[in-house]
Design a protein. Structure first.
Length: 181
C-alpha cells in the first residue's frame, strides 16, 4: 500500500498503518518534504494550531488563515484580529471567528495572485501548515515578497515505517517488493 495522504492527515495515516498491520500488507508513506526557510522569509514556527493561535496577535492584526476548516476553532478566541479564511469547500457549520471574510477556492495558487489577494485585503500575517508541495506554495512566496511574517505549523511526525519523498520513489519501492523474478 502507498499511503499518500496529506501530511497533516495523521488519523488517516494511523488507520492505514493499523489496517496494513492487521492485513499484513506492506506499506510505504509518500511524505512530501516540508517547505524550508528561504532568504527573506520571516517564519514563526510552531508545533500545532493552538500554538499558532497563541502567538498570532504578536505578529499581526489582519491574518490570512489557510489551515483548513477543522482547525478554525483554535482561532476563535484570538482577540482583535480580522481573518481572511480560505477553505477548499464552504463550511457546513458556522465559523466561530468574531471578524472574518471567507473565500472558497481550490489550488493551485500562483504567487502573483496570492500577492494581489494579500494586498487587496491588507494582510499583515499569514498562518499556514507546512504541507510542502507546490500547489499552495504561492502564498509563501507572496508573503516573502511582501515581507510578511508567516506563522508556520510544522508537519507532524509521520507514522513509523518506510517513507519516500516522491511518486518515483514510491514506484521503486513497489518494484523492489513485487518485481517478477
Amino acid at each position: 500500500m502507498i499511503d499518500a495522504t496529506h501530511p497533516f492527515a495523521a488519523a488517516i495515516s494511523r488507520h492505514a498503518a493499523e489496517a496494513c498491520e492487521v492485513a499484513r500488507v506492506p506499506r510505504v508513506q509518500l511524505q512530501r518534504p516540508p517547505w524550508t526557510v528561504q532568504d527573506g522569509d520571516r517564519w514563526i514556527e510552531g508545533d500545532d494550531v493552538d500554538g499558532a493561535a497563541r502567538v498570532l496577535p504578536q505578529h499581526g492584526r489582519r491574518a490570512f488563515l489557510t489551515v483548513g476548516r477543522q482547525e478554525l476553532a483554535a482561532f476563535a478566541s484570538v482577540p482583535d484580529v480580522w481573518f481572511l479564511v480560505r477553505l477548499i469547500d464552504p463550511p457546513t457549520a458556522p465559523i466561530a471567528l468574531a471578524s472574518f471574510e471567507l473565500i472558497s477556492q481550490r489550488g493551485p495558487f500562483d504567487t502573483i495572485a496570492e500577492e494581489a489577494l494579500m494586498r487587496e485585503h491588507a494582510i499583515d500575517v499569514l498562518i499556514s501548515k507546512n504541507s510542502g508541495g507546490t500547489a499552495t506554495y504561492g502564498k509563501i512566496e507572496a508573503a516573502r515578497r511582501l515581507s510578511l511574517p508567516v506563522v508556520m505549523i510544522r508537519q507532524p511526525q509521520p507514522q513509523p515505517g518506510d517513507h519516500v519523498a516522491d511518486v518515483d520513489a514510491a514506484c521503486a519501492w513497489l518494484r523492489e517488493r513485487y518485481a517478477a523474478g
